[in-house]
Write a protein that binds this ligand. Structure first.
Ligand code: G
Ligand code: G
Ligand code: MN
Ligand code: NA
Length: 250
């Protein structure tokens, strides 16, 4: 059987699960929220990475029902967490172009009882490459309900900076390649610094992704970034482990 045929049944068979990685507030040194990262528990192949099946889901259109499941499950999970803790969900361009997308998001919020202010949608700049009018209108409509929009993997695509003028992002997630190279490449560090300053000047929060070492954490702090995510703090963890991570968070 092909991965594609199996994937078509994965949602109905309950084979998808969400893992969560903390988004850490560097000023208060505590968890602000979690990014939902989907995994597929395949009966023969084991735990399949989204890097392997999200592209297949996008090519086949399965990303639309799969993405709806992710949104619903992430909102349900987050509704059990303390009020101040948000959840971030990755959204593919194809989902956003679907005319039912806003309804799917609002439906997931309503069904779970999660306040819109606790949901962040992560989009990549490729979302804004084509079909801009429809996708932008949907993003504006959703943002008016109180949820927040983050630009994911910032700095890896084209024309990133012009997009910051076309849509009022709430957060820029700086791609992990910058911090990976920051200790050895003054250029990578300078670009990371410039993005943080740019975000701060525009009133947009910045988060550096992919912090793996104390040295990288120190660099990110020194450059004035207030939020981070990475294996140093925690890899993505199964939902059952999240409550324990949150113990002590008011
Ligand atoms: O967790 P991991 O590093 O394996 O994720 C690999 C890629 O899969 C990342 O780029 C991540 O954004 C993407 N991804 C994970 N979960 C989802 C999801 O629910 N929807 C979409 N569209 N992408 C996801
Ligand atoms: O593309 P996106 O940023 O949504 O994907 C997040 C992915 O990055 C997840 O699949 C997660 O497993 C991965 N990731 C998170 N933290 C780190 C890290 O510190 N190092 C590396 N190499 N990958 C990370
Ligand atoms: Mn992401
Ligand atoms: Na990213």
């Amino acid at each position: 059987r092909s991965l594609e045929r199996d994937l078509a049944e994965a949602v109905a068979l309950g084979q998808l699960e969400l893992h969560y990685q903390p988004l850490v507030d560097l000023e208060r040194d505590r968890i602000k929220g979690f990014e939902a990262l989907v995994r597929w528990r395949h009966p023969e192949r084991g735990l399949v990475s989204p890097a392997a099946f999200i592209p297949v889901a996008e090519e086949t259109g399965l990303i639309v029902p799969l993405g709806a499941w992710v949104l619903q499950q992430a909102c349900r999970d987050a509704a059990d967490w303390p009020d101040g803790i948000s959840v971030a969900v990755n959204v593919s361009p194809l989902q956003l172009r679907n005319r039912d997308f806003a309804g799917t998001v609002l439906g997931a919020l309503a069904a779970s009882g999660l306040a819109a202010g606790r949901l962040e949608l992560e989009i990549t700049e490729s979302v804004l490459l084509d079909d801009t009018a429809t996708s932008l209108e949907t993003l504006h409509q959703l943002r008016r309900t109180g949820l927040r929009i983050s630009m994911d993997d910032f700095g890896t695509g084209y024309s990133s900076i012009s997009y910051l003028r076309r849509f009022p992002f709430d957060k820029i997630k700086i791609d992990r390649s910058f911090v990976r190279d920051a200790a050895t490449s003054p250029d990578a560090r300078a670009i990371m610094r410039a993005i943080i300053i740019l975000g701060t000047s525009l009133g947009i929060a910045t988060l550096v992704e992919g912090i793996e070492t104390e040295e990288q954490l120190a660099i990110v702090r020194a450059e004035g970034c207030r939020e981070m995510q990475g294996f140093l703090f925690s890899p993505p963890r199964p939902v059952a482990e999240i409550a324990a991570m949150l113990a002590g968070v008011p």
